[in-house]
Design a protein around this ligand. Structure first.
Ligand code: NAD
Ligand code: IPM
Ligand code: MN
Length: 341
């Protein structure tokens, strides 16, 4: 978080904007010490901010459903951050696990439904400890909820290469997914210029590996979008680079910016995590705040780092620390459109 904040501030400062940060140490550590991830009035507290910049949450000794439903998910829901944009692409200087001729030019945007769907509190567990013990987890798809995210998918595709893939599973999930498909077909009528295809999520996952360069925008439910965004990041080269923007498009509070990856417990605290996903998320935040050029400045620093230096963290095959990557990025910051000697 800290190196990313420094870079985001520096990029904004180049545009004459001084960002004012306030920090909230809401975390699994807080949960262990005080019994709650965040204070009771946390959501009211966040309401007045222009944006939220979030570092990944999760600690192996705290159950994930407690850490995530105690903080991240309530924030997404309270502020109706119903669209989660997760762009990722290939970069010169990052090796994908796929052969270059299979990868081609890979540039995708996952538009993920972010507040309903499979992520639901409806259901329960009964008969604990008995052979007939069972768990039921209901999905909740509302017409309004599906329509608005699908519309965001079409809008995004119209501003890119005009190709939208809708992730479905109507052959297995017989209520929710045919409903989703119907709404996609309805919204498609409003966007004759966008080429839309519906793909079952299993086949889509395979296509993402076997013909990734044919994909442009993928719109999917909460769970499908979650899975596709880790997959597309891995295809691009590493989960450590992928950003996300949780957008409160209806203006019901601040939007939130965070990397796609989690707290990476296997490397946490060692100073070797790739900061690019967090920095790129900061760039998306700057763009949302109206600082398009500051966004471009950060992206161009990332591109230069990867194409003209060998400074990179272990997930990208290097041996640099988080700090070394961040300080190299800082040295590469130059207002977009200018070059630096
Ligand atoms: P993860 O994304 O934390 O890690 C998966 C793999 O990717 C690990 O090998 C990890 O080392 C690697 N990785 C992730 N980020 C990296 C980075 N920046 N640089 C280099 N390598 C990186 O996924 P997980 O293991 O499933 O989850 C770990 C914890 O994070 C869990 O508690 C989970 O619930 C939580 N989580 C939180 C968020 C969030 O707060 N937004 C997102 C995803 C997972
Ligand atoms: C993400 C994460 C979260 C999600 C988890 C940690 C609840 O995986 O932001 O991608 O699934 O939304
Ligand atoms: Mn995820």
């Amino acid at each position: 978080m800290e190196p990313a904040q420094t870079l985001v501030s520096a990029a904004a400062a180049q545009e004459g904007v001084q960002l004012r940060w306030q920090q909230r140490n809401w975390s699994c550590d807080r949960y262990v010490a005080q019994g709650a991830m965040m204070p009771e009035d946390a959501l009211e507290d966040l309401e007045a901010f222009d944006a939220i910049f979030l570092g990944a949450v999760g600690r192996p000794d705290v159950p994930d459903h407690i850490s995530l439903w105690g903080m991240l998910i309530p924030i997404r829901r309270r502020f109706h951050q119903y669209v989660n944009l997760r762009p990722v692409r290939s970069f010169a200087g990052i090796a994908s696990p796929l052969r270059p001729e299979v990868l081609g030019t890979f540039d995708v945007l996952v538009v993920r439904e972010n507040v309903e769907g499979e992520y639901s509190e409806v259901g329960g567990r009964v008969y604990s400890g008995r052979p007939e013990e069972l768990a039921i987890q209901e999905s909740v798809f509302t017409r309004a909820g599906v329509e608005r995210v699908v519309r965001a998918g079409f809008d995004a595709a119209a501003g890119r290469r005009g190709v939208l893939t809708s992730a479905t599973k109507s052959n297995g999930l017989v209520h929710s997914m045919p409903f989703w498909d119907e709404i996609v077909a309805e919204v498609a009528e409003e966007h004759p210029g966008v080429e839309v295809a519906s793909m079952h999520i299993d086949a889509l996952a395979a296509a993402c590996v076997s013909r990734p360069s044919t994909l442009d925008v993928i719109v999917g439910s909460n769970l499908f979008g979650d899975i596709m965004s880790d997959l597309t990041a891995a295809v691009a080269g590493s989960l450590g680079i992928a950003p996300s923007a949780n957008l409160s498009l209806g203006g019901d509070g601040p939007s939130m910016f965070e990397p796609v990856h989690g707290s990476a417990p296997d490397i946490a605290g060692k100073g070797v995590a790739n900061p690019i996903g967090q920095v790129w998320s900061g760039a998306l935040m700057l763009r949302d705040l109206g600082l398009e050029r500051a966004h471009d400045t950060l992206l161009s620093a990332i591109e230069q780092l990867l194409s003209s230096t060998d400074v990179r963290t272990a997930d990208l095959g290097g041996s640099a620390s988080t700090e070394e990557v961040a300080s190299t990025l800082e040295s590469l910051l130059a207002p977009a459109g200018t070059s630096r000697s």
